[in-house]
Design a protein around this ligand. Structure first.
Ligand code: ZN
Length: 295
């Protein structure tokens, strides 16, 4: 499968505008929020909202549409009230993704706070199993995202993701692999050996075959810091050479890749940051021009 690069875009003014914005910067794929990511409540999607969204995807030939879930959701929480609220919110978001026929809903596994990683993992499994029962998804998989491992956040270790997939089954779940989070969590894939080791560990825990999406971000923080700060491609601690190797690895090259890097305009060139990052990714993947970086 050919390379597919895209970005997380704003849906301000309507979901279909997220697709229009993705098209405007040259995306092949798109990630959106289907609701305000910092609020619990949302108004239901109308048939018209969904139809306009699907029509925009078709018109601009944008594929692999996915959503990122609300940052408020924490299905690892030991607090019953927050856990229940999170489960309700997850069900609502997953149903919205089904309505929109998205391919994936990315979710951070959650934070165990005052409990333990083991207890947190079991809470996640419980919530996701209940959500699958209630949503009965036909289109959309829930994608557990690997995290940087800030505080008590789970999902930073590959074996934690493997556990979740094994417990809930992979008919309706998969993984979204974030390159910034992987480095921050301590997976030093910047060398050929390090990349091989990371891929081997993804295989060992049976995670690799279930990765359905990549968040392609550089990192403002170094390997193992467990701090989650996204940076433009090539300008952080991952760097161009490591991205080039990652992009050309057979383990990842067929997956849709979504930028979650800062928006706006580069002051130096006056160009849109998404356009600059997409152009660099395509160059590093060998799609345009012949310039490559030393590896
Ligand atoms: Zn991400």
């Amino acid at each position: 499968m050919a390379y597919r690069f895209g970005s997380h875009t704003s849906v301000a003014g309507g979901l279909y505008l997220g697709v229009e914005r993705a098209h405007a910067v040259g995306c092949d794929v798109v990630q959106i929020f289907t609701k305000n990511n910092n609020q619990w409540k949302c108004k239901p999607l109308s048939d018209e909202d969904c139809a306009k969204f699907r029509a925009a995807l078709a018109e601009h030939k944008i594929g692999a549409p996915i959503a990122h879930s609300s940052y408020l959701i924490n299905v690892a929480s030991p607090d019953d009230e927050l856990w229940e609220k999170s489960l309700e919110a997850l069900v609502v978001e997953w149903q919205r993704c089904e309505q929109l026929e998205l391919e994936g809903l990315v979710m951070h596994p959650g934070a165990f706070t005052k409990s333990s990683p083991e207890q947190g993992q079991l809470r996640i499994v419980d919530a996701v199993q209940q959500a699958i029962q209630r949503v009965a998804p036909k289109h959309c998989k829930l994608l557990f995202e690997n995290t940087a491992g800030q505080g008590s956040c789970l999902g930073w270790q590959i074996e934690q993701l493997g556990f979740l997939l094994a417990e809930v089954g992979t008919d309706h779940t998969g993984v979204c692999w974030d390159t910034c989070h992987a480095l921050a969590a301590g997976y030093d894939f910047r060398t050929a050996k390090g990349l091989r080791e990371m891929i081997a560990e993804l295989e060992t825990h049976d995670v690799l075959p279930h990765i359905a999406a990549v968040h392609i971000n550089d990192s403002k923080k170094d390997c193992g810091t467990r701090v989650d700060r996204h940076e433009h491609i090539g300008r952080g601690f991952i760097g161009e050479a490591a991205f080039q190797r990652f992009l050309r690895s057979t383990a990842f090259k067929s997956l849709p890749m979504y930028l979650e890097t800062p928006k706006g305009t580069d002051e130096e060139s006056g160009e849109d940051w998404d356009m600059l990052n997409l152009a660099l990714l395509r160059r590093l993947a060998g799609l345009k021009g012949t310039t490559t970086v030393a590896s």
